[in-house]
Design a protein around this ligand. Structure first.
Ligand code: TXA
Ligand code: MG
Length: 340
């Protein structure tokens, strides 16, 4: 981005910075804030005009509801009906990368939930954002701080590159620890838990903790207000065409010498790169092969390769299970060429 158009200010989280941010948010302004998953675009959840600006700044359709960040269970109770199932999981996983979709109370402007009878609540684990939430004394909406459909930001620089000319502040809390967005669990009806979005806390783990099966959302909901638009088939997408391949698979490179190609392996290859990768630039998500390490690097590596002149990117899928399923979910959406 041309630095001349940037208006964003990067703040480091001193007490004075947090006061400035709290004041700005109370006055209806927007600010990007760090969480353990990805950076969020914060605004006062009670302020309809500020929330409308969040949709505009992101280029996000009004039918795609926002997540609301809270300080903890008591705060969540002021906005949503927290049933016993949700409470027991909140006690165990909050603050942390788990969002709950619950029946909402009537105190938030309907735009936050895109008119749905539910609201998504999450208590983020980043200490600076925890502190900011407490100083503000307000629930803060927090969609990922990127233009709608693009790759989520995992450091302050990503936010500056994507939204630098549209918002006033980014609170720099360093690179995000988890690196992909929170798991979203629908518990409006605790008898029928629904996994709206996979994340670091896996469906298997939650299913064991709840003692019941967790189903996937009904895709037919696509026709009305979305059940979880993060479920759109194309999302998190680089501009550069992206093709996935499995371990041991040889993808079709078509005309290999014609394009500048990047290949991302899941882990640092033990042996020489296979012959089909000849002439390509080679990268990997993880040095160790640990899925949690790979998750931290997925979005930043995709962003880097999307802006350094590669014409095609080939990406190896993660081994399945645990956070690997969430990585593969994001990669499939990034590779998809259909809108839903
Ligand atoms: O990790 C995260 O959750 C990050 C950080 C910043 O907190 N936030 C985030 O927000 O990923 P966003 O807006 O990019 O994704 C929120 C997802 C969307 O797919 C939205 O459709 C879904 O949550 N969602 C929000 N409210 C919902 C509701 N009432 N029912 C179902 N899905 C909902
Ligand atoms: Mg998002």
């Amino acid at each position: 981005m041309d630095n001349g158009t940037q208006r964003i200010r990067r703040l480091n989280g001193t007490d004075e910075d947090l006061q400035v941010l709290a004041h700005a948010l109370r006055a209806g302004n927007l600010a990007a804030i760090p969480t353990e998953t990805v950076y969020g675009l914060a605004a006062n959840a009670f302020d309809e005009t500020a929330c409308r600006r969040v949709f505009e700044v992101k280029g996000r359709p009004l039918i795609d509801p926002l997540i609301v960040h809270v300080t903890g269970i008591d705060h969540a109770e002021t906005l949503a009906e927290v049933n016993d199932c949700a409470r027991s999981l909140m006690k165990r996983y909050w603050p942390g990368p788990l969002t709950f979709v619950l029946k909402r109370r009537n105190n938030l402007p309907p735009i936050v939930s895109a008119g749905l009878p539910t609201v998504a609540v999450r208590c983020p684990g980043h200490p600076l954002t925890q502190k900011l939430l407490r100083i503000c004394g307000l629930p803060l909406v927090g969609p990922s701080a990127n233009r709608f459909g693009y790759i989520s930001p995992t450091c302050a620089e990503h936010v500056e590159n994507g939204l630098g000319d549209r918002i006033d502040f980014v609170l720099d809390g360093g690179p995000c620890n988890v690196g992909i967005e929170s798991t979203i669990l629908g518990l409006a009806n605790p008898d029928h838990p629904v996994l709206f979005r996979p994340g670091a806390i896996s469906r298997e783990e939650l299913s064991i903790a709840l003692g019941r099966e967790i189903t996937l959302p009904d895709k037919r909901a696509d026709s009305g207000p979305m059940d979880a638009p993060g479920m759109l088939s194309r999302h998190y997408s680089p501009h550069t065409p992206l093709t996935l391949f499995g371990a041991g698979e040889i993808p079709n490179r078509e005309n290999p010498s014609a394009a500048k190609v990047a290949v991302i392996f899941f882990k640092h290859p033990d042996d020489d790169a296979p012959p089909w990768t000849q002439g390509a630039d080679i990268f990997w998500f993880s040095e160790s092969g640990q899925p949690s390490e790979a998750a931290r690097n997925v979005f930043s590596l995709l962003r880097k390769l999307d802006t350094n002149g590669h014409e095609r990117i080939f990406v190896q899928r993660s081994p399945s299970g645990g956070i690997g399923d969430a990585i593969n979910d994001r990669l499939s959406r990034a590779a998809s060429t259909t809108r839903r």
